[in-house]
Design a protein around this ligand. Structure first.
Ligand code: ZN
Length: 202
């Protein structure tokens, strides 16, 4: 397989340069600006999506925190807050929280796994366009990190009135959030495009 020479344009100074398209970083020889950022390998994205898939279920179903007020102890997982929002009349808020912290991450992770496993194995799939569109539009909607911050804020606030303890689910949730952050950070249309067309030629 021969890598073609491509004409690139420096985004900083406008210099036109020729480069082999090997997926490496390319710097402008005149102003040293980064013209192409080196992408991670496909195995990196695939490993992250598998790790996220493993962490997802314990993060969702194990208790995230428990608090003791007087004699009563309350334990809650990811669905606990939704139930309270819904019962308190914040139906729209509970739907938004459900979408951004439970549904969107799940669709994002499962789609990443399906797409990167197909690309990694150089397997042809007619759903590639759909996978790409889902990842492209959904990555702005995965908001696990914001949810973790709000949990930490509520723990600090609750500590004044109750004994608050972290649940094991919080560790999985932090891991899941980290994996999904790295996954969406590594998202590169150029890399996906290259890998998709490499499977044409093999
Ligand atoms: Zn330049």
């Amino acid at each position: 397989m021969i890598d073609e020479m491509k004409t690139l344009c420096c985004p900083s100074c406008g210099l036109m340069l020729k480069s082999e398209d090997k997926g490496n970083s390319v710097k402008c020889p005149r102003c040293y600006a980064l013209v192409i950022k080196e992408g991670h390998r496909l195995s990196y994205d695939l490993a992250l999506s598998i790790a996220a898939l493993i962490l997802y279920f314990p993060a969702m179903f194990l208790p995230i925190l428990s608090y003791k007020m007087g004699l009563a102890t309350q334990t809650g997982n990811m669905f606990f807050a939704l139930k309270y929002f819904y019962e308190d009349g914040y139906e729209l808020l509970s739907v938004i929280v459900f979408f951004t912290t439970i549904l969107a991450p799940f669709i994002y992770i499962i789609t990443s796994f399906l797409m990167f496993s197909a690309l990694y194995e150089k397997r042809k799939t007619k759903f590639m366009n759909m996978y790409f569109s889902i990842l492209f539009y959904l990555r702005e909607w995965v908001m696990l990190d914001i949810y973790i911050i709000s949990i930490l804020v509520s723990i600090v606030k609750l500590q004044a009135t109750a004994d608050v303890m972290f649940g094991s689910g919080l560790i999985f949730l932090v891991g899941l959030s980290l994996c999904s952050f790295l996954l969406s950070n590594a998202f590169s249309p150029r890399k996906i495009w290259r890998a998709y067309h490499a499977s044409d030629r093999s």
